[in-house]
Design a protein around this ligand. Structure first.
Ligand code: MG
Length: 374
């Protein structure tokens, strides 16, 4: 009994990137194609892996794809998915496979138990489709006529799709010239009964850059500002909120030490230096400026990189003023500046029990952390 995985990697993926085909892009420290291949190589139930590539990708393939004794010499695909699939299946003939799993290289997050279950199910069916429920409402449009399809009768198809080798090879021979977007369709057109296997939400197809799974990135920030020595009817600004205090903060800007620490945390999460790199204290245009400007800039950089801020957490350290009555106002103020909901902002306060410079009421320190999905 010989079972082979046929991986279709001949597409040019121009919706993803005009220059490098998506299967050769990095994902979690390796290229997408290597990750797709590795699931099948790891499976004890797969004897060989055949990859079908575009002829003009051969240099990329040779340079980037890891060698393995299960990996058969590469073969070249055609101009459509169906052609590539057929060319790959023909390539396998000398190995007399019994079962074949046909998989798109753009689905790199395949779980091993799907491979095992599919191979097992192929003992009962000539073909097995991998299904996921449709969560959007789907409509059928023909001219001006639009019909809402009954969602409970719909499913979406993933790959791999499993086949009895001889059955799928002859289905391709019989369907020459058509252009099916998957292989099961050919068997359905020819009246075969299909087995169904539940797919996985992790087995997503990568079509656009935005389909790449995001990674969590953490940043932390720390800042200290000193109180001026002349007492009076002053206030400090923390997180954009004015808090009455006998001493004002000495600073180049508005001295919002909370927003400074937070700006550094946001910049840290995306490895974009620190607040001083972006807003040098030597530059007069930043004197007495509202520190919200710094934080908004850092948030915009996250957005420009395609990142999403998940949450931030602040600890304000000072003996005086008492921060507790202002924590909710600070939380809401930061949420407004960062365009996040208040539930994503945590504001905590502590004293140092009279110890150190904060204990001596010489200044305020703030620690901040920020999590970004990028
Ligand atoms: Mg500062």
């Amino acid at each position: 009994m010989t079972t082979i995985a046929l991986i279709l990697a001949a597409g040019h993926g121009s919706r993803f990137d005009k220059m490098t085909p998506k299967q050769y892009h990095q994902l979690d420290g390796d290229i997408i194609l290597n990750t797709a291949i590795s699931s099948f190589i790891k499976s004890e139930k797969i004897d060989y892996v055949q990859v079908v590539i575009a002829e003009d990708h051969v240099d990329l393939y040779n340079a980037l794809v890891k060698k393995h004794n299960k990996l058969l010499p590469v073969c070249f695909g055609g101009t459509t998915r169906q052609e590539s699939s057929y060319l790959g299946l023909q390539q396998l003939q000398p190995l007399f496979p019994n079962k074949v799993l046909i998989h798109d290289a753009a689905r790199p997050c395949l779980e091993l138990d799907i491979i095992s279950c599919m191979i097992e199910k192929l003992d009962r069916y000539k073909a097995v489709d991998l299904t996921v429920p449709v969560t959007d409402t789907v409509k059928f449009k023909e001219g001006n006529n639009i019909i809402t399809l009954p969602r409970d009768q719909l499913y979406a198809t993933q790959t791999p799709q499993g086949f009895d080798y001889k059955t799928i090879l002859s289905a391709h021979q019989n369907a020459l010239g058509s252009s099916a977007t998957d292989d099961i369709t050919l068997l359905l057109d020819q009246g075969y009964e299909i087995g169904l296997l539940e797919g996985s939400v992790y087995n997503n197809k990568i079509t656009y850059q935005g389909d790449l799974p995001k990674k969590m990135r953490i940043g932390n920030g720390f800042d200290v500002h000193k109180f001026a020595s002349d007492a009076g009817d002053h206030f400090v600004i923390l997180g954009g909120v004015k808090i009455p205090h006998a001493y004002k903060i000495l600073a180049h800007s508005d001295g919002d030490v909370a927003l400074h620490a937070l700006t550094d945390a946001v910049l840290g999460a995306i490895a974009e230096g620190d607040i001083g790199d972006h807003f040098p204290a030597t530059d007069a245009q930043w004197s007495n400026v509202d520190s919200a400007v710094f934080l908004r800039h850092a948030c915009n950089l996250v957005k420009q990189k395609g990142g999403i801020i998940s949450n931030v957490d602040l600890t304000i350290v000072c003996q005086k003023p008492n921060i507790s009555p202002y924590k909710v106002s600070i939380q809401n103020s930061i949420a407004t500046i960062m365009n996040l909901s208040s539930s994503q902002i945590s504001v905590k306060a502590t004293t140092t029990e009279g110890l150190g410079f904060t204990g001596r009421e010489e200044g305020i320190a703030v620690y901040a952390a920020c999590l970004v999905n990028l």
